[in-house]
Design a binder for this molecule. Structure first.
Ligand SMILES: Cc1cc2nc3c(=O)[nH]c(=O)nc-3n(C[C@H](O)[C@H](O)[C@H](O)COP(=O)(O)OP(=O)(O)OC[C@H]3O[C@@H](n4cnc5c(N)ncnc54)[C@H](O)[C@@H]3O)c2cc1C
Length: 458
């Protein structure tokens, strides 16, 4: 019996990175098969970005009701109906899933349901079916990590996957890890009424952010009653009749109903045939060049599986890059410094470009200006606190923008244009921002940096 002709591209894993590559490749005329063992859309759509942001929106609604009196509106908060919150979250995910499935179908991408395995530089096998292709894309993503001695049971010791399925609000939670995922769950559960403690081994919340942003978030979280154990290392866990007892190095103990482990995510690469076929792997991550090509020329890899920023929009960009490269289009490597990053807590933390510390380490002579949101009309109207900090090269372009405050995630789009187009502070200072909006804070920070502060002290 003759073998079917090889397709142009087989994609292993239908998450953000994989499906973006599949969509773009199909758009460019390639024949594409995408193998997915669960649901197309992956972590971001089903267990990540979208469901967490729906929870955060429910949490924001609670805060708005609780704080209504501050705006002269009488109303009282009754309760959170978790099954109803989950139904709303599920509806959002389901709607987007339907849309994505339709899109994939409309581009004639064949989706093969099942667990795939790399079996040669040009083939993937799924349930006994061998799919031959001119090119293979590995996009198997990541799963939550844990620590030695910390067994995830899904009940008392949980990951974000488990937390998203909870139909009750815990009375108290310890969150291990203060990255974006840890801080977002801290924010949600605190708004929902839980007693929350975050434990972070590094000295700050969101430790990769500009230090001043971390400090602003720490202050805001303290005001909200979210407790923080910073520079504190987990030592061991004990189960108690009502929950968990967490021991920290140094002897301190913390007790709560639940422990959420949010210390990061590890790549899904084991047992999938990658190394047997010659793909170089380091600490589980697939090694790639600047064009997402692995050590085997016919095989590319994208998304959380490779050691770049674990963000959906990075996966999208890498997927598109691979599809365009394989189609023979001219491509530019992803500029990872220029990727916007947002933690969608209350308040939000958003940044793009270099922190002062990294810029200085790279040898830049740095100047910076911080605009306090206290001077911004819209921020006062909304009742949010925070700041916009701009880092620039002395006599040169903007290198980074770092923001804290409600809704600043929406401001990062402008900040990323400024940073990625290497605008000079004086050029941005010329741009008029609409009044009264939060975006004026971006303008004001650049006015200050350009030496002509308006609503701030020089
Ligand atoms: C709680 C949480 C919140 C997040 N919030 C954000 C956010 O707000 N913004 C943001 O940008 N990012 C966010 N992320 C990160 C984002 O979800 C990931 O960066 C993104 O999903 C990575 O895409 P990927 O395609 O590399 O992997 P994944 O989305 O993990 O997709 C991999 C896919 O491969 C499939 N697969 C694995 N092995 C096989 C196999 N052998 N055969 C077939 N299929 C297989 C999996 O089922 C999965 O569908 C969040 C993550 C989490 C956990």
């Amino acid at each position: 019996m003759s073998q079917p002709a090889p397709v142009d591209l087989v994609v292993l894993g239908g998450g953000s990175g994989g499906y973006a590559a599949a969509l773009r490749a199909a758009e460019l005329g390639m024949t594409v098969v995408m193998v997915e063992k669960d649901k197309v859309g992956g972590t971001c759509l089903h267990r990540g970005c979208i469901p967490t942001k729906a929870l955060l929106h429910s949490a924001e609604t609670v805060d708005v009701i609780k704080e209504a009196g501050q705006f002269g509106v009488n109303g009282s908060f009754e309760s959170v109906d978790m099954p109803a919150v989950n139904a709303y979250k599920g509806k959002v995910v389901e709607g987007l899933f339907k849309g994505l499935t339709g899109l994939v179908k409309s581009r004639n991408i064949e989706v093969v349901q099942g667990t795939g395995r790399l079996v040669s530089p040009t083939a993937v096998e799924v349930d006994g079916r061998r799919i031959e292709a001119r090119h293979v894309l590995l996009a198997t993503g990541s799963v939550p990590r844990s620590l030695p001695g910390l067994d995830i049971d899904g009940q008392r010791v949980i990951t974000s996957d488990d937390a998203l399925g909870f139909d009750r609000i815990p009375s108290s939670v310890i969150i291990l890890g203060a990255g974006a995922i840890g801080c977002e769950f801290a924010s949600v559960w605190s708004s929902f009424g839980a007693d929350v403690t975050i434990v972070e081994a590094l000295p700050h919340l969101v430790p990769l952010e500009e230090e001043s942003s971390s400090k602003l978030l720490e202050r805001a979280f303290r005001k909200r009653g979210i407790k923080q154990e910073l520079g504190a290392r987990f030592s061991k866990l004990e189960h108690t009749p009502n929950g968990v007892l967490v021991h920290l190095e140094g002897g301190k103990t913390l007790e709560a109903e639940l422990l959420l482990v949010a210390i990061g995510r590890g790549p899904v690469s084991e047992g999938l045939g990658y190394e047997q076929v010659g793909v170089e792997v380091e600490r589980g991550f697939v090694k790639v060049d600047a064009y997402c090509q692995t050590s085997v020329p016919t095989i590319s890899a994208v998304g959380d599986l490779i050691p770049t920023l674990q963000l959906a929009h990075v996966g999208f960009a890498e997927g598109i890059l691979v599809a365009e490269r394989l189609a023979g289009l001219p491509v530019t490597p992803v500029d990872y410094d220029g990727v916007p990053r947002v933690t969608y807590s209350h308040p939000e933390v958003a940044s793009v470009g270099l922190t002062t510390k990294v810029a200085t380490e790279r040898g830049y002579e740095v100047i910076e200006a911080t605009y306090d949101l206290a001077g911004n009309g819209k921020a006062r109207i909304l009742g949010t606190a925070g700041a916009v900090k701009v880092v620039a090269q002395k006599d040169g372009p903007v290198l980074g923008v770092h923001m804290v405050g409600d809704r600043v995630g929406e401001l990062i789009a402008e900040a990323q244009l400024i940073t990625n187009w290497e605008a000079l502070p004086a050029e941005v200072a010329q741009l008029i921002h609409p009044h009264p909006t939060m975006s004026e804070a971006v303008g004001e920070a650049h006015l200050a940096l350009a030496g002509k502060p308006l609503h701030s002290h020089s």
